[in-house]
Design a protein around this ligand. Structure first.
Ligand SMILES: NC(=O)c1ccc[n+]([C@@H]2O[C@H](COP(=O)([O-])OP(=O)(O)OC[C@H]3O[C@@H](n4cnc5c(N)ncnc54)[C@H](OP(=O)(O)O)[C@@H]3O)[C@@H](O)[C@H]2O)c1
Length: 401
């Protein structure tokens, strides 16, 4: 372990996720982690990020960032369709890679340039599954060939609530029989999230990837601990829908949930079957009020866990009017601070982002794989797109490898 080694981080993207990363890498302890460069699409955005976070170099061409010798690892905070090409370029440049969720997505990348939005959204879901899986496999393979780590930015795996449960599950030696979990809020405000060609899916992909990632991870760990083999998902059933089209929604002057979804779902539910016969129920919704709801329940043969990433009750507050707390941040997606609320003391900590960045830097410094790797991201993609096939066909879909 080389705690003296400086780990130079290149951030690609300068938007919402890149802000979280800057906050979290700044708090990494025990290693010299430094943001040494940033690349964004526009100069203004890259330069402003560099200034805000004291990053010495900024670019609009990520290849220039990849050419820097002081960059040891890159963190891809860019839209989904750029994950594979940038990961491959980074691997070829000998840089370790962090890729956020989803590892890949189907956005019409195999269609002729100029394919229309409608054409892309209507592509057969089996074809989407094949292309998104092949992209994810290509990323894993590119990293393997280059001898660099592909780390998967799934914060749920690192969330204190889930790591605490995982430790107790291991100690219990019990079998996980069922998991129920979901991520829900009142809707993404990014206009891109409403169109398949920009995101590769709706709530199932954008929100559902989190609980699915944690569930797959926990079953893998259980199998490895008991028999040296991960327990894997083998089949999925699913439904998707658009709840903002239910009559009565959006008729008020201000719709409280986000509306205007073009060709993606804003609600999804799926049932996952694992190769040991255990089950998981996943839900994802852009139509739930009350702030970010990220929860995972785990039912074992000898114990039970309820993990609340958000909200959790470490602090409960009451204010009769929203002006009382002024512009103070309460929690992600909370639309008001009036009434009872749960102001999160440290969302980067409780969501797992902090511990995740710590593990990624330590993995590079110690030359060992991170807890969440590219193979997990690949498994998540297979489950998500198999679920889209299941939702469209109305049939249970086997997951093949
Ligand atoms: N909890 C989580 O794990 C989590 C949360 C949120 C998002 N995400 C994921 O993070 C990714 C980005 O989402 P976001 O919400 O951060 O999006 P965002 O706010 O729109 O930021 C995207 C960034 O990508 C940059 N970009 C676009 N094309 C580029 C290119 N060719 N080269 C370099 N930079 C480029 C943009 O540059 P400009 O600023 O110049 O336009 C922008 O800064 C998505 O894959 C999303 O799924 C994960």
């Amino acid at each position: 372990m080389d705690r003296q080694k400086q780990v130079g981080i290149g951030i690609i993207g300068a938007g919402f996720l890149a802000e979280t990363r800057a906050r979290c890498y700044a708090q990494v302890s025990g290693y010299h982690a430094r943001l040494v460069a940033v690349a964004a699409r526009t100069e203004a955005s890259a330069a402003s990020y560099a200034q805000r976070h004291s990053v010495p170099k900024s670019f609009t061409n990520y290849h220039e960032l990849l050419a820097l010798p002081e960059v040891d690892m890159v963190d891809l905070c860019v839209p989904n369709h750029l994950h594979r090409p940038i990961a491959e370029a980074a691997a070829a440049a000998g840089k370790h890679i962090v890729c956020t969720k989803p590892l890949t997505a189907y956005v019409g990348q195999d269609l002729p340039a100029g394919a229309g939005e409608q054409e892309i959204a209507q592509v057969d879901r089996r074809h989407m599954l094949a292309v998104a899986t092949a992209d994810a496999q290509a990323m894993v393979e590119a990293a393997r060939r280059a001898g660099v780590y592909l780390m998967y930015g799934e914060n749920w795996i690192y969330a204190p609530a889930i790591t605490r449960a995982a430790g107790l599950i291991k100690a219990s030696g019990g079998a996980i029989l069922e998991m129920r979990g979901g991520e829900c809020h009142s809707g993404s405000h990014s206009p891109y999230s409403k169109i398949w060609r920009y995101t590769g899916g709706g709530a199932l992909l954008r929100l559902g990837a989190h609980p699915i990632g944690a569930m797959l991870y926990l079953k893998q760990q259980e199998g490895l601990a008991r028999a040296g083999q991960p327990i894997l998902p083998v089949a999925v059933s699913a439904e998707v829908g658009n709840l903002s089209r239910v009559p009565g929604v959006g008729e008020a002057e201000k719709p409280w949930i986000v509306t205007g979804w073009q060709d993606v779902e804003n609600w999804a539910a799926l049932i996952l079957t694992f190769d040991d016969g255990s089950r998981a129920v996943v839900y994802a919704s852009d139509a739930v009020l009350g702030g970010m709801e990220s929860r995972l329940e785990i039912f074992l043969s000898n114990s039970q866990f309820k993990c609340n990433l958000s909200p959790h009750n470490m602090v409960q507050a009451y204010a009769p009017h929203p002006d009382i707390f002024g512009t103070e941040y309460i929690m992600e997606k909370a639309s008001t601070s009036a009434g009872w609320s749960t102001p999160l003391p440290n969302e980067d900590w409780s969501s797992g982002h902090l511990a995740m960045c710590q593990d990624f830097v330590a993995a590079v410094a110690e030359n060992r794989p991170a807890q969440a790797d590219g193979n997990l991201g690949l498994e998540v993609i297979q489950v998500v797109y198999a679920a889209y096939v299941a939702a469209v066909t109305g049939q249970r879909v086997e997951i093949t490898r």
